[in-house]
Design a binder for this molecule. Structure first.
Ligand code: HDL
Ligand code: ZN
Length: 441
């Protein structure tokens, strides 16, 4: 049982002092509130990428999580909704989910938390005041303010070299931003080779539809070229729930003969995000994806066959979480990360985080925001701190009761590992043989 400490009368213990049971919750909260976060997976872009970087109230409200909820409560069909302007879509979502209904879902409450963070009213019948606030924000200063409120010091983007809109920025040598690091996303190559192989051929890479002959070597050359442009901190792919390895497919051939050797040569992890059922309802567009339980023996085979490669792994099905923890105990080249997408709800985050701590201690990355709109990192990370706070406090009280004292310094080391240094260690070049300083994230 944890008794809340009344901090008004008692001084805050120093880093090296043993904590009493009642001092643990406030120590945990203090440390969580002051530990900078490295957000290892987002869809955010810095201002230099123009309209690819989403921010402001209209983007917050037309988030695909909210669109999915909107279609359940509105008398608007998807076809009618998609014909509306972005502003009209945001107005419709605000009216349906925030005025005519109470915003108590995770995604609706998140928008409320963002408005509150900027001292904006949260109960207005329309968006006039919110719109005038956000439109008055100079974007670079706004980015700094959002990162500061969220307690985030770096984010990793999702960068698709075969997205013509995004590629045009990279090919114009877009300025890098110290708080936004790249991740080289490979879905079009590894999951949709038959649709996209001609894009590489058109750029001068000697590849063919079956990914035979020189194709693997040429895809590896493509990866090296884009590594030079983007300087990614990992490569990544989102895989369906039916992903099998080994299996004789073009994607698996390129995974084995191009991507994993390139990751090893560049000392980069490969992020595998497994369990999506793409477009179960295409009418909902980005909101149309679902989830399926995957066969994680594919992951087991990859970790065993490529012991020199590092795998950053997030799985989408709640039913796959426990086995992911067991695999992480078997393979130290496997780093579980995040409570992804449909799992990023406190009821499930709590269960996943508890079993990870029970089986892995602090050797995992508990969360990523997956933010698509800049200001989402504010609520996604305050929710994570809220969930982590009581789980960690309980662990420390259990440790005390089992016979080992806990100092604030222990908590700081543990929280830093969970929120920053595990991700940092896995996304920075490992120390080279020489003692030359390495570029860190
Ligand atoms: O594939 C991914 O990176 C997923 O996160 C999808 O982008 C998904 O649409 C999403 O935004 N989930 O939160
Ligand atoms: Zn994502």
């Amino acid at each position: 049982m944890i008794e809340p400490q009344d901090t008004r009368r008692t001084p805050v213990p120093r880093e090296g002092e043993l904590l009493k049971n009642a001092e643990i919750p406030s120590a945990v909260n203090d440390v969580l509130a002051t530990t900078p976060i490295l957000d290892i997976h987002t869809h955010l872009f810095p201002p230099a990428f123009g309209k690819l970087g989403l921010w402001g109230i209209d983007e917050l409200l037309t988030y695909h999580y909210l669109e999915a909820e909107f279609f359940r409560s509105a008398d608007t069909t998807p076809q009618e909704y998609w014909a509306l302007s972005k502003r009209a879509q945001a107005d419709a979502i605000w009216k349906t989910l925030f005025v005519e209904n109470t915003p108590i879902s995770e995604a609706t409450r998140g928008v409320i938390a963002v408005l509150k963070a900027f001292q904006l009213p949260t109960d207005r019948p329309d968006l006039a005041e919110a719109r005038s606030f956000f439109s008055a924000q100079p974007i670079e200063a706004h980015v700094q303010r959002v990162f500061q409120i969220a307690g985030v010091n770096r984010v990793v983007m999702t960068n698709d070299p075969l997205d013509p809109q995004e590629a045009s920025f990279w090919l114009r040598d877009v300025a890098s931003h110290p708080q936004f690091r790249a991740a080289l996303r490979l879905d079009r190559i590894l999951c949709n080779w038959s649709t996209h192989w001609q894009m590489l051929a058109g750029q001068g890479y000697r590849v063919d539809e079956q990914a035979t002959g020189k194709s693997a070597a040429e895809v590896r050359r493509f990866l090296m070229d884009w590594h030079a442009r983007m300087q990614p901190v990992y490569m990544a792919v989102s895989l369906s729930d039916t992903f099998e390895y080994p299996e004789d497919t073009a994607g698996n051939r390129l995974l084995r003969e191009a991507v994993l050797p390139a990751c090893h040569e560049l000392d980069l992890p490969l992020s595998l995000m497994i369990g999506v059922r793409r477009q179960v309802n295409p009418l909902l567009r980005l909101a149309g994806d679902g989830v399926g339980r995957a066969d994680l023996r594919a992951l087991e085979n990859l970790c065993r066959e490529f012991p020199e490669n590092r795998f950053l792994v997030s799985v989408l099905s709640r039913e796959n979480q426990h086995e992911l923890c067991v695999y992480a105990r078997k393979f130290s080249n496997l780093m579980p990360f995040g409570c992804w997408w449909f799992l990023n709800n406190p009821s499930i985050v709590e269960e996943i985080t508890r079993e990870r701590i029970e089986m892995l201690g602090t050797s995992f990355v508990p969360q990523h925001s997956d933010a698509r709109v800049l200001e989402q990192i504010i609520y996604k990370w305050s929710n994570t701190r809220r969930t982590l706070a009581h789980i960690l406090s309980e662990r420390y009280v259990l440790l005390l009761e089992d016979g080992r004292g806990v100092m604030r310094g222990d908590i700081r080391r543990d929280v830093t590992r969970l929120l920053h240094s595990n991700a940092q260690a896995w996304t920075s070049p490992r120390a080279p043989l020489s003692d030359a300083p390495t570029q860190t994230l």
